[in-house]
Design a protein around this ligand. Structure first.
Ligand SMILES: C[S@@+](CC[C@H](N)C(=O)[O-])C[C@H]1O[C@@H](n2cnc3c(N)ncnc32)[C@H](O)[C@@H]1O
Length: 208
């Protein structure tokens, strides 16, 4: 008998993380803003927030796309999405369209000019998810990504730390060597840097 799918595992994990997520994500706000800046959003753009969690990126994305732009987003965890929904209602944001859905199946209401993959490791490791999302983007759409990765191989046991930190959140916890590569394969001018002393990465490119 096969065990729970990666999606089911992830939903279970975020059931536990949802209550404390916003407090724990506060310390990575600078990195989030840096990743969003790499999208070079312009007034009127339509931007997709992938695996949006509790919607922490909505405010800076809305600010960047201006009054004519739109933020599209989706999230599969019921508990995380309910927090994103509360955020939208509290602020009365009319220019956010979001839904509870899996990346592998979500259908967007319009094509997007830019895609944000902020700490969505299980999505970046799912070929079906990456294919489904990128097919709904305009040619030349900008992509920005950030997440965890392994330290260089020669650091050896340090990677136990990376795996242990990743495991409570992600079903594909051990797949940390090149978490960007499925997206990179669909992009031109893809550039990447290490963050967090080598345990993270930030990257951007343009879809072909
Ligand atoms: C570390 S959180 C990041 C949330 C958000 N991107 C942020 O920057 O705060 C990862 C999120 O991806 C969601 N997720 C994981 N796999 C998913 C999938 N296949 N489809 C949709 N959401 C998924 C999780 O439920 C979780 O909310």
């Amino acid at each position: 008998m096969s065990g729970p799918s990666p999606n089911q595992q992830s939903i279970e994990r975020y059931r536990r993380h949802a209550a404390g997520y916003d407090a724990s994500a506060r310390r990575t706000m600078a990195l989030r803003l840096r990743t969003i800046a790499l999208l070079r959003l312009r007034p009127g753009d339509v931007v997709l927030d992938i695996g949006a969690g509790t919607g922490q990126s909505y405010a800076p994305l809305l600010q960047a796309v201006g009054p004519q732009g739109r933020v599209l987003a989706f999230e599969q965890s019921p508990e995380m999405f309910s927090k994103a929904e509360q955020r939208v209602q509290q602020h009365g944001w009319q220019r956010v369209w979001h839904c509870r859905a899996a990346a592998e199946a979500v259908q967007l209401p319009e094509p997007v000019d830019a895609l944000l993959f902020n700490y969505v490791h299980d999505i970046t490791r799912s070929p079906q998810a990456v294919a489904n999302l990128l097919r709904q983007a305009r040619p030349g759409a900008r992509v920005a990504m950030a997440g965890m990765k392994y330290f260089p191989w020669w650091t050896g046991p340090l990677n136990l730390l990376a795996w242990l930190k990743n495991r409570p959140y992600n079903a594909h916890a051990a797949d940390l060597w090149h978490p960007w590569d499925l997206v990179q394969a669909r992009c031109d001018r893809f550039e990447r840097q290490s963050t967090q002393a080598g345990m993270g990465y930030i990257a951007h490119g343009h879809m072909r």
